[in-house]
Design a binder for this molecule. Structure first.
Ligand code: GLU
Length: 457
């Protein structure tokens, strides 16, 4: 039974790289009908914040990455970590190190001067008498041989034990360290596949050694290459990379972001668009790319537009309602959101843009001075006829509204292309909107007449 986990440290937003890792863990669990676990690695008390925990939970919820188990918090598991540390000390798999800061610093300087890699020299490893004063606990890493594992993305990797230090597993204040808590959790939570960023690749041999010392079979590992910015450097805030929830604010649909993230570092032939079910069906760890992928905001926008255009408007409406509310628009008084979405979906790349351009369906328009030039005196007879035509229409449909405009244009010897722009400005306060008949239809008869009255003189 496959069990994967997403294990973020709550020290910032849920960023793009983290969301992609979460997605891969989730997809693999779903594909294998396994279990997906969320674990918050919050042992770094100085850097972890409640806001970041919330940002992670919100991001996961918005992306619909649901988990069967968790969220587990490492800070709630200190008793368990201490128990394992005591056990390892008792079994001689770990030892107390009393070396002072000064000694370690001097050691380090001497090694650097000899151009050696700084590492702990094992001074306390075999001491028979306990030392004095405060101590940390170090793992007794094997000194010979090598750790070898088959990374599901990278292939076979080998690390010589001589290169690995006797890692500190508990600091002098007793708190457990990162590599140790991950091991205890992966073991206790029966994780079968660790899918994570390749910045952790050097931790893996250390974690495998600790797992073996605990007589556990290590899980399988898949290290996912990092995401690059357009300049080839690791993606960061400098590239405008932001937290997942900012993508919501910017008007992306979660499925567009998921589709984008899935393809960013994984492929199935040259297919670009995948429904969630297709992703679950086709996703395989073995198809994760070995080379880092570059973040491409244009492609994300393109996918977003695709999903806005092709998704069920009722589904888009849930997200669109959030944007309208966020922009302070009361949508109870006006057309149904799905009708607005149907009218606008061809011409907007983001839902935020759609919301900004849909206010006039629900609110009075404010006409700028500049727009008033669209209503010259010679158009007044035509605009008056449009108003009266709309007022007396027996039915209120796109076709009947179009009929009014066409008849007035014909009667006045005007091109529809001359009349429609003026009507559009009267209706919306601007020059961009869906086709004029649909726009008037959705604005509604009463409002349409009021708006024409405002420009007729
Ligand atoms: N907490 C680690 C991080 O946020 C991830 C650890 C792991 O996946 O093993 O980078």
């Amino acid at each position: 039974m496959v069990r994967t986990r997403f294990a973020p440290s709550p020290t910032g937003y849920l960023h793009i790289g983290g969301a992609r890792t979460a997605l891969y863990c989730w997809l693999y669990a779903r594909k294998m009908k396994g279990t997906f676990i969320l674990r918050i690695e919050d042992t770094d008390l100085e850097r972890s914040t409640q806001e970041s925990v919330q940002a992670i939970l919100d991001g996961m919820a918005w992306l619909n990455l649901d988990y069967e188990e968790g969220p587990f918090y490492q800070t709630k598991r200190f008793d368990r970590y201490h128990e394992v540390i005591q056990q390892m000390l008792a079994e001689g798999k770990a030892y107390k190190c009393y070396c002072s800061k000064e000694r370690l610093e001097a050691l380090r300087e001497a090694q650097m001067a000899r151009k050696e890699k700084p590492r702990y020299d094992g001074f306390c490893r075999d001491r028979s008498e306990p030392g004095e004063g405060s101590f940390c606990v170090r793992f007794k890493n094997p000194t010979t041989g090598a750790v070898e594992f088959d990374d599901l993305v990278r292939g076979k990797l080998t690390f010589a034990n001589a290169e690995l230090d006797d890692l500190i597993i508990a600091r002098s204040d007793g708190t457990p360290t990162y590599n140790f808590t991950v091991v205890v959790d992966d073991l206790d939570m029966n994780i079968t596949h660790v899918i994570r960023g390749d910045d952790h690749i050097n931790n893996t041999p250390r974690q495998i050694n600790i797992l073996r010392a605990l007589s556990a079979t290590p899980p399988l590992y898949a290290h996912v290459p990092m995401i690059l910015g357009s300049d080839g450097k690791r993606l960061s805030k400098r590239h405008g990379a932001v937290g997942v929830m900012q993508y919501r604010e910017d008007g992306f649909l979660p499925e567009a972001l998921l589709n984008y993230l899935a393809r960013l570092g994984w492929s199935h032939g040259d297919q670009e668009i995948f429904s969630i079910d297709e992703l679950i069906h086709y996703f395989d760890i073995n198809d994760i790319n070995r080379a880092p992928a570059a973040f491409n905001p244009e492609k994300l926008l393109w996918l977003n537009q695709h999903y806005i255009k092709t998704s069920d408007p009722a589904h888009v409406a849930k997200e669109f309602a959030w944007h309208m509310e966020k922009q302070g628009v009361d949508t109870n008084n006006g057309p149904a959101l799905i009708d607005v979405i149907r009218a606008q979906c061809e011409r907007t790349k983001t839902l935020r843009e759609m919301a900004e351009r849909s206010r006039y369906f629900y609110e009075d328009v404010v006409m700028s001075e500049e727009m008033k030039s669209h209503f010259p005196a010679e158009l007044m007879p035509a605009l008056t006829l449009v108003r009266d035509g709309l007022a007396t229409l027996p039915d209120w449909t796109k076709e009947s509204i179009h009929g009014v405009l066409q008849r007035v244009a014909d009667a006045q010897g005007l091109k529809l292309g001359k009349l429609a722009p003026a009507v559009r400005v009267a209706m919306t306060g601007g020059t961009v909107s869906p086709p004029i008949d649909v726009t008037i239809l959705l604005i509604g008869r009463e409002r349409a007449i009021t708006r024409l009255n405002k420009v007729i003189f």
